[in-house]
Design a protein around this ligand. Structure first.
Ligand code: MSP
Length: 682
C-alpha cells in the first residue's frame, strides 16, 4: 500500500488579496506535495480561506458590503490564483461552508463534553490584526501597541467561553519531548517550549460583541473565536464532501513564523482535549521565514504592487520575445515564467529563514542557474542526435557522473523529506553542474570527429541524465520538466500511488527512441526587456511602515560593532557593502555533530553540522591544520548557509562555510556559548 502524505497551508484571511507572501507558503506546499506524488505516495494538499472574525467583518463594512458577499469575492480570487502559480491543491476549504461549520460545532461539543469549555468573563487586550489576545508585556509600551500591526490593541470586556488550555501544558511538553521534530526549524521549538513552560492561561474561545462567526452550539449569542474555528479546517476538510480522514494526521502544517504558536500550542491542545491521542496529532508544524521584497518589508502597499502572477506573466512574455523569430515563435511553447518564480522563491530563500525576493535576483538566477546551467545542458546535447544513440562501454567519466547523480538524488530526497526544498534544489544543481562538467571533459564534439561509438555513449549518457534531472526538478518546476521531457522524447510524468519514480540512477533509454528538439526553454533575455522588468516591478519608495520595520529586524550588526553607516570607512580597505547585501547572508549557529579527516587532502576536514534544518549539513572545511577532528565535535560554530554548494571533487560537496578568524597564523572557528542549532546570526 502506498504511504500517504498530507500537507496544509494556513487558510488565508480575506481582508487581503493573494500576494507574494501567501503565494510563498502555497507554492512550498505544492512543491512538497508534488515531490511525494512522484515518490508514489498518496498525497493531498489543502489550502483555503479564513473568513470569520472581527477583522473580516470590519473589512467588509469598510467596503460597504455584507461579510458573506465580500467573502465570496475574495475567496474566489484566492481559488483562482493558485492554478496560475502552478499550484494544484486537492481541496480548497472556506470556513463559511456548511461542511466546516457543522464539523467545528461537533469539535466544540466534544471538547465541552470533556469538561474543557466553561463560561466566564474575559477582560483584556485584543489585536484585531492578529486576532489574538495579548497581555501588556506582549505589546509595545506606552500605548499597548501591537508589534506586528503598529496599532494599539483594543480593550475587550465581555462574557466569554474559555478553553482549559492550562490543563494541557504538561501533555504538550511531553509531546514536544517525544517528537523533537514536531516544530521545525529546530530553533523555533525552543520558542514554543519556553512559551508553554512559562505557564499557559485558559483561552477565551468565544465573542459576543459581533456576529460574523460560527455560533456556539446551544448559546448562539456567542460566536466562536476565529482561531478555534480556523485551526479546525485541517481536519474538517477531510470529512466532507467525501471521507478523506485516512490522511489524518497531517504530515506537515506549513505556516509563517507569525502564527506558529497557534499551530504548535493551541491546535494540539484542542485535539488532545477532543480525545485525539498523541499518534493522531499533526506530525510537524514547519514555520518558514518572512519575505522581504527588494529588501523592503512587505507592507500593504508593496504587497498590492508586486503580484507574483504578474511577475510570472511578464517574465514569460520577455522569454517569448527572446526566442528566435520573436514572440510568435513561442506560440507552441508553454510559458515558463511561473516555474521561474517558483524556483526563485524556493531557491533564493532558505526555507525556514527570512529572505529577500527581488527581480534582480530572479533575473540573475534565470540567466545563470536556469539558462546557463540547466537550459544550456539540454542545448549542448540535443544538437548531436535525433534519436537516442546506442550506448557503448562506460568509462571513468560516466562512472563519476553516475556517482554524482546517486549522491544528488539521495541528498535531494533527504532534503525534500525534511521539508527543505532549498537544500533539495542545491543538491539537484550539483548534478547539473556535474553533467556540464562531464560535457566539458567528455568533449562530444571531438568524439563526433574521431569515435562515433564514443559519441553515442556520451550523448545517451546525457539524455538519460537529463531525464533523471527532469524528474527531480518536477516538484518545483513542473512545466519546465514537461518541456524537457518532451524534447527528450519522454512522456509527461504521470505520478501514481505505489509507483516511486524518483531516480536513484537515471532510467535507461532504448536506442532509437526519437528526440524532439524544441525552442530553448530559458532563452537569453534582451537587455531592454530586462530593464523593462526591473522598472516595472521596482519597489515603491519605502513607506513609513517599512522604514519603521527595518531597524527592528536589522539593528544587530551595528550593535556588533559593524561598519554601520555606509559613510564610515570600512576596515582593511574593503569597500562598504549595502546593508541589504549583508542581510542576504544566511548566517546561523551550527553544532558540529561529526568530523573526520579527508583522505589524501591534508587541509580538509569533512564535517556534519546541525544548522537546524532537520538533517545535518555537510561542510568541507580547510581547517585540518588547526584542529583535530575530535576537538570540533560539539562546538557551536557560525555557519554561512547560503553559499552555492562547492565541489571539492570525489563527491565532496560542501554545503556551507564555517566562519573563522586567523589568530596569529592559526585558524580559529568563531564559536558561541549557547544557542540552538539554526539560531539566526544577525
Ligand atoms: N488566517 C490566518 C491563518 C489561519 S490557519 C488556521 C492567517 N492568515 S494570513 O492571511 O494572515 O496569512 C498568514 C500567512 O501568510 C503567514 O503565516 C504566511 O504563511 C503567509 N505570509 C504572509 N506574509 C508573508 C511574508 N511577507 N512572507 C512569507 N509569508 C507570509 O494568519
Amino acid at each position: 500500500m502506498a504511504s500517504r502524505f498530507y500537507v496544509t497551508t494556513p487558510i488565508y484571511y480575506i481582508n487581503d488579496v493573494p500576494h507574494l507572501g501567501t503565494a510563498y507558503t502555497t507554492i512550498a506546499a505544492d512543491v512538497l506535495c508534488r515531490y511525494h506524488r512522484v515518490r508514489g505516495h498518496e498525497s493531498r494538499m489543502l489550502t483555503g480561506t479564513d473568513e470569520h472574525g472581527l477583522k473580516i467583518q470590519r473589512a467588509a463594512e469598510a467596503r460597504g458590503m455584507a461579510p458573506g458577499v465580500h467573502a465570496d469575492e475574495i475567496a474566489a480570487a484566492f481559488r483562482a490564483t493558485w492554478p496560475k502559480l502552478g499550484c494544484a491543491p486537492d481541496d480548497f476549504i472556506r470556513t463559511s461552508e456548511p461542511r466546516h461549520k457543522k464539523a467545528v460545532q461537533e469539535l466544540w461539543r466534544r471538547i465541552q463534553a470533556r469538561g474543557d469549555i466553561y463560561l466566564g468573563h474575559y477582560e483584556g487586550l485584543y489585536c484585531v490584526g492578529c486576532e489574538a489576545y495579548y497581555t501588556e508585556k506582549d505589546l509595545k509600551q506606552p500605548g499597548n501597541v501591537c508589534p506586528l500591526h503598529h496599532r494599539p490593541a483594543e480593550s475587550v470586556k465581555e462574557e466569554s467561553y474559555f478553553f482549559r488550555l492550562s490543563k494541557y501544558g504538561d501533555a504538550l511538553l511531553d509531546y514536544y519531548r517525544r517528537n523533537p521534530t514536531f516544530v521545525q526549524p529546530a530553533s523555533r521549538l525552543n520558542e514554543v517550549t519556553s512559551f508553554v513552560r512559562e505557564g499557559l492561561q485558559d483561552l477565551s474561545v468565544s465573542r459576543t460583541t459581533f456576529q460574523w462567526g460560527i455560533p456556539v452550539p446551544g448559546d448562539p449569542k456567542h460566536v466562536m473565536y476565529v482561531w478555534f474555528d480556523a485551526l479546525a479546517n485541517y481536519l474538517t476538510a477531510l470529512q466532507e464532501p467525501e471521507d478523506n480522514t485516512r490522511f489524518w494526521p497531517a504530515d506537515v502544517h506549513l505556516v509563517g513564523k507569525d502564527i506558529l504558536r497557534f499551530h504548535a500550542v493551541y491546535w494540539p491542545a484542542f485535539l488532545l482535549s477532543a480525545g485525539y491521542g498523541e499518534a493522531e496529532l499533526p506530525r510537524q508544524v514547519f514555520a518558514h521565514g518572512f519575505l522581504t521584497y527588494s529588501g523592503q518589508k512587505m507592507s500593504k502597499t508593496l504587497r498590492n504592487t508586486i503580484s507574483p502572477v504578474e511577475v510570472a506573466e511578464a517574465l514569460s512574455e520577455a522569454a517569448a520575445a527572446a526566442l528566435p523569430g520573436g514572440a510568435g515563435a513561442a506560440a507552441g511553447a508553454p510559458p515558463v515564467g511561473v516555474d521561474v518564480v517558483r524556483y526563485c522563491l524556493m531557491r533564493a530563500i532558505s526555507f525556514g529563514q527570512d529572505g529577500d525576493f527581488s527581480i534582480q535576483d530572479l533575473l540573475a538566477r534565470y540567466g545563470s542557474e536556469l539558462g546557463n546551467a540547466l537550459g544550456n545542458l539540454l542545448n549542448r546535447v540535443l544538437p548531436f542526435a535525433d534519436e537516442v544513440p546506442e550506448k557503448g562501454e562506460l568509462g571513468p567519466l560516466e562512472e563519476e557522473l553516475l556517482a554524482a547523480q546517486r549522491q544528488a538524488s539521495a541528498a535531494a530526497a533527504t532534503a525534500f523529506d525534511a521539508h527543505q526544498p532549498t537544500r533539495a534544489l542545491d543538491a539537484i544543481w550539483t548534478v547539473i553542474a556535474a553533467a556540464n562538467l562531464y560535457v566539458d571533459k567528455a568533449a562530444p564534439w571531438v568524439a563526433k570527429k574521431t569515435d562515433p561509438r564514443r559519441l553515442g555513449t556520451i550523448v545517451a549518457t546525457l539524455i538519460e541524465q537529463l531525464g533523471a534531472i527532469s524528474v527531480m526538478i518536477s516538484p518545483v518546476m513542473p512545466e519546465v520538466a514537461s518541456r524537457m521531457r518532451d524534447q527528450l522524447g519522454l512522456s509527461p510524468l504521470a505520478p501514481e500511488p505505489g509507483n516511486d519514480q524518483w531516480p536513484v540512477l537515471p532510467a535507461a533509454r532504448a536506442p532509437g527512441e526519437k528526440l524532439r528538439k524544441g525552442a530553448p526553454i530559458f532563452p537569453r533575455l534582451e537587455k531592454e526587456k530586462e530593464a523593462e522588468l526591473l522598472a516595472r516591478f521596482a519597489p515603491p519608495p519605502a513607506d513609513a511602515e517599512a522604514t519603521k520595520a527595518a531597524p527592528e529586524a536589522k539593528a544587530a550588526p551595528e550593535a556588533n560593532g559593524g561598519a554601520g553607516a555606509a559613510a564610515q570607512p570600512a576596515r582593511q580597505g574593503k569597500s562598504p557593502v549595502p546593508f541589504d547585501d549583508f542581510a542576504r547572508l544566511d548566517l546561523r549557529i551550527g553544532v558540529v555533530t561529526s568530523a573526520e579527516r579527508v583522505k589524501k587532502k591534508d587541509r580538509l576536514l569533512d564535517l556534519r553540522v546541525d544548522t537546524g534544518d532537520g538533517a545535518p549539513r555537510r561542510i568541507i572545511s580547510g581547517i585540518a591544520a588547526s584542529y583535530a577532528p575530535e576537538e570540533l565535535v560539539g562546538k557551536r560554530v557560525i555557519v554561512l548557509c547560503n553559499l552555492p554548494p562547492r565541489d571539492f571533487g570525489k563527491g565532496l560537496v560542501s554545503e556551507g562555510m564555517l566562519l573563522t578568524a586567523d589568530v596569529e597564523g592559526r585558524v580559529r572557528t568563531i564559536t558561541v556559548e549557547d544557542a540552538a542549532p539554526g539560531t539566526p546570526v544577525l
